[in-house]
Design a protein around this ligand. Sequence first.
Ligand code: GDP
Length: 619
Amino acid sequence: MANRAFSTGNGPQTKLSRCSSSVGDSGTDKTKVGWTSPRDIWRNLSLRRKAELQSKRELFFKSDTVSGGGVSASVPPSAAPPAPPSTLKDALSKRSATLPEPQETNHVEANGIATKHSNSVSVDVSKPPSTAPPPTPAPPVPISAPPAPVPTPLRSTENIMKKAEHPPVAPKPDLPKIEKPKTKELDGYVGFANLPNQVYRKAVKKGFEFTLMVVGESGLGKSTLINSLFLTEVYDKDKHPGPSLRVKKTVGVETSVVLLKENGVNLTLTIVDTPGFGDAVDNSNCWQPIIDFVESKYEEFLNAESRVARKAAPPDTRVHCCLYFIAPSGHGLKPLDVEFMQRLGDKVNIIPVIAKADTMTPEECKDFKEQIMKEIGQHKIKIYDFPESTGEEGDGADVTKSLRARVPFAVVGANTVIEQDGRRIRGRKYPWGIAEVENLEHCDFLALRNMVIRTHLQDLKDVTSSVHYENYRCRKLAGLSHDGKPHRTNSNKNPLAQMEEEKREHDLKMEKMESEMEQIFQTKVRDKRAKLKESEAELARRHEATRRALEAQARELDERQRALNAERAAWERDTGLSLDDLRRRSLEANSKETVDGKEKKDKKKKDWSFKSVATGISI
Ligand code: GDP
């Protein structure tokens, strides 16, 4: 279960947070009107919670000595309550050690009454946490008792917000008497012990969805690492070329979906790329398309959830994890890294990754990691906080703890498998040796893979859903924009004045639109005129050119005519004949030929009719 805490740095909206920041949200504006300081809120909540918990615990772990079910608020917190079972106590103390601020969630009991459970540091009354503020005098208790708690919906962030504005003071909880069910021994096997298997089978059948975003400049090895993480060509060179092969002038957000199968478990993996990120000379606002994408997914989910006819579980396309690639410069974070992580830290689970760790010596890498963590703290960047406990016990928990200490993960990616001493190693071969990808002494690749996929994938999804999405939803429903400012100022004017103002605003808007349209129209007309003038000039130019060409042709023809006449005159002079004489002679010759031809034809005809008479054939 994710921790919820009040974030006070972003205005008066309630924020849920479980991201780590070595420097807490200390930027609280205590001077804000109507805004109680976090310490006071904490103290009040803590007091109230102590009293509630005391009563709850007494009910929960009721011993024979507490009879009648009533919980006395006068029991001092120091009076040792009956100790809870060690596992519960351990779990609570373990969890409280990892969580920076108290958290309160509402649960609806079977009888419909909302009760509050806390897994925060203030749970263990007998053992104050190290993160608790120094003891301060208790706040004055109002004389009139606050109203009894009203049943509230489960996980209602609005309620949390209300409580933050009007912190309650430790009231005596008027809890109903809860009968602890008696444990009965069964005579045989009934079958409900099989319930976890049913849940398991259902989950496997449904399959799992996970959305992983990779952000970083091109060439930092993002596609190589993704392929190495999932041991397959997620980035198939033909179908899904890596981000650097799709570098664009502006930042784009692209998704590739692949279905992975492992031991009968299906994982629909969506990889979100941001080709072009950080590649421009001026990178200002290059995080905006990414923020828009992340929020659009939340919006989609919110819409799917709020439909009248909705699916039991709408498809979860929200971004669950963002691997942010830091260049192995050895000098710390760049301004763009800081800006990006600051802006996205409260919207998505960021896991910082040092790319191409094989380019640094182990000492350099260690110093670089320290520098990065220092800067993350200085800039109050929220990165994903791997919970220490994953429910595993013994060695598993220790391993998780040691891997957790490796953040930011310095990784090496390689898709080539090298044979060495009969072993097949995934790594990068250099003249001086092999940088092994899956060797914890060479890099943190295994730590990253284990933490993200093997042990914390579900937690990443849970935090996305219960912290980042809830924050978005809360902002959205409260009508706040992403920077925490209200979309519209909430005035107390009377409705008529409000309408009047809206009308004025509308008229102004219309006027503005009209003048804009007028301007656009004028510009278009000007453009059109200029174009027409241009085409007119072009036509005139063409006309002139054609005229000149025709004139030249006419002149040429004249010249040829003159030359021909001169030639004819010269010929007539030489031969003593004129062209008219020649023409006459040729006509005479033609007519003679025609007469001869006619005579021949008549003769032929006569021969033919004579032959027909002789043979008796009539024609
Ligand atoms: P992308 O643009 O971030 O997706 O980067 P690519 O995965 O395409 O990698 C760019 C280049 O860096 C390729 O030549 C990779 O072989 C190389 N590369 C990837 N990972 C590493 C690494 O861990 N170390 C080193 N030295 N080179 C790497």
